[in-house]
Design a protein around this ligand. Structure first.
Ligand code: GDP
Ligand code: IMO
Ligand code: MG
Length: 434
């Protein structure tokens, strides 16, 4: 049995899309378990870049079945756009992409509410992707979400929509924002959802039957551990369970059936949106990392904040997700540095802090303790064999392994599929067999 979770170990954008694309040929099903079209997962094949938002990155492999699990939130218009883009590339999703009937839907009022609230928060705003993610998960927790399965029952849909829009309009009016017409939303939504209907299934049964018949599942996380609604830098988080535990609740694959967890941690750190970021570099080095790493949001185009590798963050992620191994993308971005810093702990009011403080306000007060390592000042881009890495790069990787207590099984040295090192005898090498 082989059912593996790929989870972001930082604040998202660690390179999950690239690694899922590399692993997908060795799995039968690739499933998304949380989040929505706030995600932007890039896969690069021979100068062509594909950005997947909601549909699993396995869709580029014709032998893979893809599942959008019950833990996700689905916006039909975004789903249509993605299906059309894939069709244009000659990729047909029919019969190999399924959307859980239990997935909650995003509706236009979710975006309207999010926009009005973020405006009110002013400088305290979360800096969300404005995709309606938070308000959609609120409806789910409030037990009033409209779910994908409801699209198949027009009267249920109309009744729920009327109730929910009445609530939403009260909130919108209280914030001085324009209200929505339920009749118009219903007509437009039914029309936009027609593409989605044939994809809706009981995906928990589909996945469990597949496992029973010996098939393997790759569970593709979106966002990252520091954006998880429980374990992240709350309230500057997304509204779903991005950590490995979410893979079970978000698909219906019982925890005992998950056999491995891969954490994604890029060789430095980035964050999009608001919230504390202890190792952030608001200087020329930060700008350099942003440019050389091409750190602009794959979904929103916003520049990503950049900083040194934070081992406190990744150590915490290793614990929360029980990581078997780390994948370390973007090593090549550090090629020109004379010296590279790693944050090993924080100090707070004269005390050393080695685990993540629960409060974002406290984290904002934490000062990183840095260890400085010599850079390698040579080109690692495109290297595919560990032995060919410069000694200083190997030392950097070894130090990350020590500080996080997790073996680095994959190193990525460029955006292309083949710009990748897989360590011999590693967990990933074992997963990359049929
Ligand atoms: P995800 O959200 O975790 O899938 O990551 P994103 O796709 O949002 O961001 C990762 C970005 O880094 C994409 O533009 C990738 O093409 C790029 N990338 C991935 N791995 C590497 C690498 O090893 N080196 C470089 N230079 N770029 C990489
Ligand atoms: P991938 O899967 C990086 C961030 C937003 C914001 C916070 C809440 O590509 O790694 P939301 O719209 O989810 O309510 O926004 O989370 N965020 C991401 N940051 N990568 C992502 O996805 C993200 N998805 C959401 O910037 O700070
Ligand atoms: Mg991304």
């Amino acid at each position: 049995m082989k059912n593996i979770v790929v989870v972001g170990a930082q604040w998202g954008d660690e390179g999950k899309g690239k690694v899922v694309d590399i692993l997908a040929p060795y799995f039968d099903i690739v499933a998304r378990y949380q989040g929505g079209h706030n995600a932007g997962h890039t896969v690069r094949i021979k100068d062509l870049g594909f950005v997947l938002h909601l549909i699993p990155s396995g869709i580029l492999h014709p032998q893979c079945t893809c599942v959008i699990g019950n833990g996700t939130v689905v916006y039909p218009r975004a789903f249509n756009t993605e299906i059309q883009e894939l069709n244009r590339l000659g990729i047909d999703c029919t019969g190999r992409l399924f959307v859980s009937e239990r997935a909650s839907l995003i509706l236009p009022y979710h975006m309207a509410i999010e926009q009005a609230r973020e405006e009110q928060l002013a400088e305290n705003r979360v800096g969300t992707t404005m995709r309606g993610i938070g308000p959609a998960y609120e409806d789910k927790a409030a037990r009033k979400a409209i779910r994908a399965g409801d699209l198949l029952h027009s009267e249920v849909l109309r009744a729920k929509l009327n109730d929910n829009i009445a609530d939403a309009n009260r909130e919108l009016a209280s914030m001085g924002a324009p209200t929505l017409d339920p009749g118009q939303v219903f007509e437009e939504y039914v029309d936009e959802s027609s593409t989605l209907l044939p994809f809706i299934r009981d995906t928990a049964t589909l996945i469990n039957n597949a496992v029973k018949s010996g098939k393997s599942i790759l569970l593709e996380g979106a966002q990252g551990t520091m954006l998880d609604v429980d374990h992240g830098t709350y309230p500057f988080v997304t509204s779903s369970s991005a950590t490995a535990g979410g893979a079970s609740t978000g698909t219906g694959l019982g925890p005992k059936l998950i056999t491995g967890v891969l954490g994604m941690a890029k060789a430095y750190t980035t964050r999009v949106g608001g919230g504390p970021f202890p190792t952030e570099l608001v200087d020329d080095t930060g700008t350099y990392l942003q440019r050389r790493g091409n750190e602009y949001g794959a979904s929103t185009g916003r520049p990503r904040r950049t900083g040194w590798f934070d081992a406190v963050v990744v150590r915490y992620s290793a614990m929360i997700n029980a990581l078997d191994a780390l994948a370390l993308p973007k090593l090549d971005v550090l090629d020109e540095f004379e010296q590279i810093r790693i944050c090993t702990a924080y100090t707070l009011n004269g005390q050393t802090v080695e685990t993540m403080p629960y409060s974002a306000a406290t984290l904002a007060e934490c000062v990183p303790v840095y260890e400085t390592m010599p850079g390698w000042k040579s080109k690692t881009s495109g290297i595919t064999k560990y032995d060919e890495l410069p000694a200083a790069a190997k030392n950097y990787i070894r130090r990350i392994e020590e500080l996080t207590g997790t073996p680095v099984a994959l190193i990525s040295t460029g955006p292309e599929r083949d710009e990748t090192i897989i360590r011999d005898n590693s967990a990933i090498a074992a997963w990359m067999t049929r």
